[in-house]
Each structure stands twice: as structure tokens, then as C-alpha cells.
Ligand binder design. Sequence first.
Ligand SMILES: NC(=O)C1=CN([C@@H]2O[C@H](COP(=O)(O)OP(=O)(O)OC[C@H]3O[C@@H](n4cnc5c(N)ncnc54)[C@H](O)[C@@H]3O)[C@@H](O)[C@H]2O)C=CC1
Ligand SMILES: O=C(O)[C@@H]1CCC=N1
Length: 272
Amino acid sequence: MTRVAVIGGGRIGEALVVGLIDAGYAIKDLVVAEHDGGRAADLSSRLGVRVTDAAADAAEGADLVVLAVKPSDVDRVLTDLGRIELGGQREQVLVSMVAGVSTSRYENKLPAGFPVVRVMPNTPILVGQGMIVIAPGRYARPGHLETVGEVLGAVGRVTTVAENQMDAVTAVSGSGPAYCFLVAEALIDGAVGVGLSLRTATELVVQTMVGAAAMLQESGESPNDLRAAVTSPGGTTAAAVRELERAGVRSAFIEAVHAAKERSERHGSATE
Ligand SMILES: NC(=O)C1=CN([C@@H]2O[C@H](COP(=O)(O)OP(=O)(O)OC[C@H]3O[C@@H](n4cnc5c(N)ncnc54)[C@H](O)[C@@H]3O)[C@@H](O)[C@H]2O)C=CC1
Ligand SMILES: O=C(O)[C@@H]1CCC=N1
């Protein structure tokens, strides 16, 4: 099996490891580098994976070295990885999940020709329902992409784009679960406001989102058509949608995606 080292056992690093284990990945083929001691001990006891505090230690012997640290921690990880002969003993690929950081930035610091693949996952990888978008760096060959796609395909749907689309991707599917959770929170607030218990409100909202998502995925119809089918003339939905449009919800989402893309671009320029 492809051996995977995850550098950074934070939220997305943990989601990846849990998702892979739940998908049947062998624990012996996973290792995490986490430099926060408390967090490392917690991960090791809960997940049963080997956790080390050094990126170089985790990367040695791994086929995929997955970076899941904040953009500001990338330099430190690259310095640490410089202590070992990356790609010397085996074919290795660096997989960066870091928002905004370009493959060329890694390529400039890694041994010449070292393959780098930029990936934007999202937290539903935790439950095998992630959206994972891949962009090859300059030296990543089809075989490398295939290996990355095979491993990450265990935790969600994988698609490939050109790297110049990755900031937009980050703004849509990378951050996207947060937008959905915010909508869920607001709907639950509304449901409680019209008299439902928190428990009933949560059950109704969650299943409504699950059902709507399944229709989006399976019906082949556009969101607009699906919404029209719920909207009876002069009915409740039309009254609700009028309020949402009046409050500028549509343009708020559009502006939110623009803001997230700009932030991702700034991560890149701040660390070039
Ligand atoms: N949280 C999310 O939904 C997503 C996050 N990402 C990206 O993943 C990266 C991590 O994000 P989060 O998991 O949310 O952050 P986080 O702060 O929860 O996790 C980062 C972890 O890396 C550890 N770390 C930092 N430097 C290290 C080093 N040199 N060696 C070992 N461990 C080190 C930190 O102690 C921390 O536990 C970011 O670059 C973010 O852009 C990408 C997609 C989705
Ligand atoms: O908020 C962030 O910066 C990261 C990238 C995509 C999701 N979380």
C-alpha cells in the first residue's frame, strides 16, 4: 500500500487520517508529524497511528508526504525535510494541502525535479464525502497524479484542474463546508424562532440539507429547476425566497467566494 506521511496533525490532517482509516487504510502505512506535544499524544491515543514531532522523521520511508500545516509554517517544514535525502531511496511525491502556496515555491526548495502535487481537500474527507481537487506541479507525471488520486479517492471525489484555478477552488470547495454549516445554523435559529425544539429543528434542517444535496447530485436538474419545483405560486417558499433576495443573500455568497479567493491569493504572495 502507498505509505502516507501527514505533516501537521491539525484539523484537516486529522480528518485525512481518520477518513483513510475508516476507508480501510492500514494504520502501519500512516504516520503523522505533529509538533504540538499535547495534540500529538491525543492523536496517537485516539487514532493508534505513529505520531512523531519531526517532519523529516515522518517523511522518511513515505511515498506521499502530505503537508497540512498553515501557510506560515511551510518554510519551517521544508527546512526540516532538507535534513533527509528526499526521493533518494524511493519515488516520493510532495502533496501540499496548504491554501495559496504554489507548487513552484516547493519546487524551488526541493531537490531538482522533485514531484509536487497541490491539493485542496475539504473537511468532509472525515466521512468519506470530501471534494478533493488536484493540480500537478511542473515535475508531477501522470503516474504521480494517479497515486495521489487513488489514495485520496478513498475519502471523497477527486477532480483535476490547472494550478491557476486553485485559489478559486479553495474559495468554493475548500471553505465551502463552512458556508453550508452557517446556513444550517441560521435555519436552526429560524426553526427555533417559529417554535420548534432545538432537537427537532436540528433534525429537520440536517435531513433537509442531506436530501437537497442528494437531489442536486442525483437528479441531473439545475439548482434553479429544483428550487422552482418547491415553489408553489403564491405559497410559503415564494414568500421565504423574497425575503432572502431582499436581504441580499445571493450577493453575500458571491462576495464571500470572492473574498476567500483573494485571501488564498494573499497567502501565496505573503509566502513567495
Ligand atoms: N481546515 C480545513 O478545512 C482545510 C485546511 N486546509 C489547509 O490545511 C492547512 C492546515 O489547516 P488546519 O488543519 O485547519 O490548521 P491547524 O492549525 O488545525 O493544523 C495545523 C497543524 O500543523 C501543526 N504543525 C505546524 N508546523 C508543524 C511542523 N513543522 N511539524 C509538524 N506539525 C506542525 C500544528 O501544530 C497544527 O496542529 C492550512 O494550510 C489550510 O490552508 C486545506 C483545506 C481545508
Ligand atoms: O480557512 C482556510 O484558510 C482553510 C483553507 C480552506 C479551508 N480552510
